[in-house]
Design a protein around this ligand. Structure first.
Ligand SMILES: Nc1nc2c(ncn2[C@@H]2O[C@H](COP(=O)(O)OP(=O)(O)OP(=O)(O)O)[C@@H](O)[C@H]2O)c(=O)[nH]1
Ligand SMILES: [Mg+2]
Length: 1086
């Protein structure tokens, strides 16, 4: 463990004021792990000669081979009197969930930016993540050697370039800050409102009645001086991690103040900026740029570095090197100075002259907050789960805020711990087993080679965690709070932690069997860990799935869920090579699910085991892990399953060869629907369908939603879910304590929908929304256009004061109101899988225009229980199975249920409406099926289209390889959105979108075609309608001429659709050999 003893670290842990928990964040390949190496080397854990080459924290074999980090890992370092718990994180977008797990446990972050590439998409993403978690960043501008050696900039040009980079980074922070201030102002207003309301009770405390806000008010008052990166603030280090040097301007200010006799404070203020040295007057003057003078930074800082590189690397001028070493007071070993690679000598000199580790460690101790500096804002945010606000939490819960703030390690302080992920280690590498194993501890974390069968089970999970309050002791019992745990409920039922808890929902009890100090590839055993430190906890695998909140106080609510940036989108079906090994696969997938923060594991209705990952690289890592660590069997994975969406569009005006279409074409489309005695279709697209027992008839029309509406609904899924929950609660007679912020957001959503849904056909549409779907929050709408049918709108629960009126309305509801829920369920089923290839629908509005009920004996009795029953059943059905595998799950359950809730129909129908059973089955079931069928037919009556998931990517390429990049993009149906030259370099930045379906192997292909110069990162961006019609056949002469008779070669949508249908075992209409005689004709010609 290097030259710091375990006892020293234990002592340092006890002083939270000198603890720094921080992570290293950056875009991929900007040098995080290389910088971490230098810091690790400063503690003697690795040799400083190997720093930068070893990439010590990339402990996995595939990380070393691919050269990218795939997981976050922590190491504790010692610097002066400080303990630094450092977490290295991955920069590749596929692993951005690992970044979230790191950021949550930290108080500060080192953000690294590559001096050549500047601010990249992931740089922005990590800055945003740091911001959202309220942690303070410092900046390292890395790879400055590239400006010298690759771009061959002069020191003056480099200065301008660095200034630009700093501006870019500050622009990102600035925009985050502005939006935050505006948000804060909204909250303040809200508080003022609340105070006003409470003012009825305590008028004395009521603030001034009229408050007028100026829009810029918050911006001016807020202190943003701490916020921006500026070398004179001491929060920027310039570095070349690979060559081992780095500095902040403080260092140079000190060096030069002695040499030149200028006060260090003056230099500190003037070293960065538009200042120059007037040698004659011995003064520092302003206006270097205007007067064409060398800025101080160039003259006193960069020039020294430039001339060192010039002497050592470019000219290899021995004499000059000697001289420079003398003046710097640096001595190097002869083997370094004689080495054939001049970089060795360079880094030997630099790492003594300006050691990067000292500059960075000094900066983090000086500028980043300690655990004692937790802001109350951050604590309130962590504790305000869901739509609840902090002030509505029980009093005992609110009091826990003090415990966070004090960060006390007293025995009386409640223990508060957050686990952000679970990672697996080989049991042999655990410190308690190490004595017998000797050196094998070194190998911990490295992938395991094949081992004898009996050792298979010997792997355990360690929780990656942090103590926020109290002292954690080995063998201690704690509560595990599930994501839905309600402290108010818990407080009523339990007081202390004990093994036999009364059954409190979402609360469990667990023992922390062992505690570890995380040392990169190694673990060290600890007896206790005081507040404010990062640690590993063993023995939680039974009660923690991926992340969890632990405490000794039942008053603690679960922390807000981790904020993941990436959407898991790439799914594959997995099966064992030998069918008999299925149980091993199931176990392996369960372990994988637990060990990976964002991978999802589900069992599809067809019985297939499906793995959902964030991208291709992530997928590969998950498969490798399954093979080598978790299942340890041969597995085969299907080709990635690409998700599609189905939608309808407005009838196109032109055909495939851009000819104007007449009316008759529309009719041709419509006649795809086959009419029967219970099904009728009118030419305008209205489908009427009667249930088999002829007691109900529904008329449904499908209407495409405007694109903006679909986007809005898609983006507001969480909000709509809250709305749905509130509606549900109201129907059950409960109230959901929504924060004013959520209520406001819902009102805004409603009014935006009103603005977007304009025109005759959408009159009053927003108030008539019956439901959203699928799963009750999807981007499709069910619209109530039934004449004379009154039902409360989905927005009903927003109108608090009108809440009471509903009771009255209910009593006079008609008999059909009882079956309201069957219609909604039918709609949910229809939107969950569409008629084209059973993929979910998107952007479709189903307007129910007719709903007639015709009972043999009129039912007058209304049974409210009935409605409730079907409600709750439906709710459990509509919950997505993926979400069942919760992020903060308190149980060890893995895997989900079936994917489509088709069993819903039977279950629901059986549960209620028993009196209306006839030979066709329960009536509500018939109605569900009828609505679902009507929706499907209505959908088919409109021009249907597939929607493809699209990735965006940003590719950086030089002019020479630009053509090849375009070639690869074109071949894969990609579209270039923007191309621009990166300032100060010869690189082009290309922004493009391409379908997920065409993206597999894209990054590799680009890398190969450009000899590794361009490496794109794919980020899910949106859904896009594929313009070609999959059911299209050529009808006009021109089309025959253009596409031939089969016309299937060019039809991308048909290709995708048939692919999905084939995979799902649905009927695919295909002609395999047509016109066999043509081949004969060909051979005759030869
Ligand atoms: N020229 C130069 N190259 C550097 C410097 N620092 C790192 N590199 C190189 O950049 C590449 C990526 O370095 P890493 O440290 O693995 O980058 P990372 O940010 O950890 O990458 P991910 O973890 O995959 O996001 C390696 O080939 C390093 O050798 C530097 O200061 N100068
Ligand atoms: Mg790395």
């Amino acid at each position: 463990m290097g030259h710091t003893s375990l006892d020293k670290i234990k002592a340092l842990q006890k002083n939270p004021a000198n603890v720094r928990n921080l992570c290293i964040l950056a875009h991929v390949d900007h040098g995080k792990t290389t910088l971490a190496d230098s810091l690790v080397a400063s503690n003697g854990i690795i040799s400083s000669r190997l720093a930068g080459k070893l990439r010590y924290l990339d402990s996995r074999e595939d990380e070393q081979i691919r050269g990218i980090t795939m997981k976050s890992s922590a190491i504790s370092l010692h610097y002066k009197d400080y303990l630094i718990n450092l977490i290295d994180s991955p920069g590749h977008v596929d692993f951005s969930s690992e970044v979230s797990t790191a950021v949550r446990l930290c108080d500060g972050a080192i953000v690294i930016v590559d001096a050549v590439e500047g601010v990249c998409p992931q740089t922005q993403a990590v800055l945003r993540q740091a911001w959202l978690e309220n942690i303070r960043p410092v900046l390292v501008i890395n790879k400055i050697d590239r400006l010298i050696m690759e771009l061959k900039l002069t020191s003056q040009e480099a200065y301008t370039h660095l200034q630009k980079i700093l501006e870019q980074v500050n622009a990102v922070t600035g925009s985050l800050f502005t939006s935050k201030v505006l948000e804060d102002r909204a909250v303040k207003e809200e508080r003022a409102e609340e105070d006003k309301e409470e003012g009825d009770i305590k008028p004395a405390e009521c603030p001034g009645s009229e408050q007028v806000y100026d829009w810029s008010a918050g911006l001016e008052d807020s202190d943003d001086s701490q916020l921006y990166f500026s070398p004179d603030q001491g929060n920027v280090v310039f570095a070349s991690a690979i060559d081992g040097w780095g500095f902040s301007i403080q260092q140079f200010a000190q060096i030069h103040s002695q040499r030149m006799g200028i006060r260090a404070e003056v230099l500190l203020k003037t070293l960065w900026g538009d200042f120059y040295l007037n040698a004659k007057a011995k003064k520092i003057m302003k206006g270097a740029h205007a007067k064409g003078k060398k800025p101080l930074f160039v003259q006193l800082v960069l020039d020294n570095i430039w001339s060192l590189y010039d002497a050592v690397v470019t000219r290899r001028d021995k004499e000059k090197i000697e001289k420079m070493m003398m003046s710097l007071g640096v001595k190097v070993m002869t083997r370094d100075s004689r080495h054939s690679d001049p970089k060795v000598l360079l880094s030997a000199i630099c790492s003594q002259w300006l050691p990067v580790s000292q500059a960075v460690l000094f900066m983090v101790c000086d500028k980043l907050p300690s655990p004692l500096d937790m802001t109350s804002e951050r604590i309130e945010r962590l504790m305000s789960v869901g739509a609840r606000r902090f002030h509505s939490l029980p009093l005992q819960t609110q009091e826990l805020k003090t415990a966070f703030m004090q960060c006390s390690s007293d025995d009386t302080a409640p223990v508060i711990v957050f686990v952000s992920k679970m990672f697996m280690v080989d049991a042999k590498a655990l410190p308690q087993n190490k004595q017998s194993e000797g050196v094998s501890g070194q190998m911990q974390g490295l992938p395991l080679k094949a081992k004898p069968e009996e050792e298979e089970e010997k792997e355990t999970f360690v929780a990656f965690a942090r103590v926020y309050s109290g002292v954690v002791r080995r063998g201690q019992k704690v509560f595990v709070m599930g994501p839905k745990y309600d402290p108010a409920q818990g407080l009523r039922m339990v007081r202390i932690v004990s093994a036999c808890l009364p059954p409190v929902p979402h609360l469990a009890c667990c023992t922390m069997d062992s505690l570890y100090l995380l040392m990169g590839r190694e673990l060290e055993e600890l007896e206790e860990v005081p507040s404010g430190n990062v640690l590993g906890i063993g023995g939680l695998e039974e009660c923690v799935l991926k992340s969890a909140t632990l405490s000794t106080s039942p008053a603690l609510p679960p922390f807000i869920p981790l904020n993941f940036e990436a959407t898991p989108i790439v799914r594959v079906a997995i099966e064992p090579k030998h069918p008999s090994e299925m149980p091993k696969l199931v176990r392996g997938m369960r372990l994988l699910n637990q060990a990976d923060p964002c991978a999802e594991v589900l069992i599809q209705e067809t019985g297939e085991h499906v793995l959902v990952t964030a991208g291709e690289v992530h997928l590969q890592r998950c498969l490798d892990d399954l093979r080598e660590r978790f299942a340890k069997i041969e597995i085969s994975a299907s080709k990635p399953i690409i998700p599609f969406r189905e939608t309808v569009i407005r009838p196109p005006k032109v055909d495939m060869v851009n000819e104007d279409l007449g009316k008759q074409q529309k009719v041709a489309v419509i006649h795809q629907v086959k009419e029967s005695d219970t099904l009728h279709l009118d030419p305008s697209g209205l489908v009427t369908l009667t249930t088999p027992n002829r007691q109900a008839t529904v008329g449904v029309r499908a209407i495409p939603l405007p694109e903006e509406v679909t986007l809005l609904l898609e983006g507001s899924a969480d909000l709509i879910r809250t709305l749905e929950q509130a509606g549900q609660a109201q129907r059950e007679g409960r109230t959901l304590d929504m924060s004013t912020w959520t209520l406001d957001a819902l009102m805004v959503l409603k009014s935006r929908l009103e603005v977007l849904l304009q025109g005759r056909k959408w009159r009053n549409a927003v108030d008539r929304i019956w439901a959203f779907g699928p799963r009750r929050y999807g981007p499709n709408i069910l619209l109530n256009s039934v004449e004379g049918y009154q039902r409360p709108s989905v927005w009903h629960c927003l109108e608090r004061e009108k809440g009471e009126k509903e009771g009255g309305a209910k009593a006079e509801a008609s008999a059909i109101r009882d079956f309201d829920n069957s219609v909604v369920s039918g709609f949910q089923l229809a939107t969950l899988s569409g008629p084209m290839c059973e993929e979910p629908l998107m952007g479709v509005c189903f307007s129910v225009e007719r709903w007639d009920m015709n009972f043999p004996t009129q039912r007058t009795h209304l049974d409210s229980v009935t409605e409730k029953d079907s409600n709750s059943l439906d709710a459990s059905v509509s919950e997505s199975p993926g979400e069942a595998v919760g992020q903060q799950g308190a149980s060890g359950k893995a895997g989900g249920a079936g994917e489509t809730p088709s069993q819903a129909e039977g279950a629901m129908a059986g549960a209620s409406h028993g009196r209306l059973v006839d030979c066709y089955g329960p009536f509500s079931g018939q109605l569900i099926a009828a609505v679902k069928e009507a929706c499907r037919h209505a959908f088919q009556a409109k021009p249907q289209r597939l929607m493809a998931a699209m990735y965006t990517c940003e590719i950086m390429a030089t002019a020479e390889v630009l053509g090849r990049v375009y070639g690869v993009l074109g071949k894969r149906e990609g579209r270039v959105l923007q191309e621009e030259m990166k300032e100060g370099t010869e690189m082009f930045i290309i922004k493009a979108v391409l379908p997920v379906a065409e993206s597999f192997g894209f990054a590799d292909e680009i890398r190969k075609r450009t000899s590794g110069l361009a490496s794109p990162q794919l980020v899910f961006s949106h859904w896009e309608v594929i313009s070609s019609d999959p059911s299209w056949v050529p009808t006009t002469e021109e089309e025959y001429l253009h596409f031939g008779e089969k016309a299937d070669s060019a039809n991308q949508a048909l290709k995708y659709m048939n692919g999905v249908r084939r995979r799902k075992g649905l009927y695919v209409e295909e002609k395999i050999v047509e016109h066999g005689e043509k081949q004969r004709t060909l051979s005759k010609n030869k």
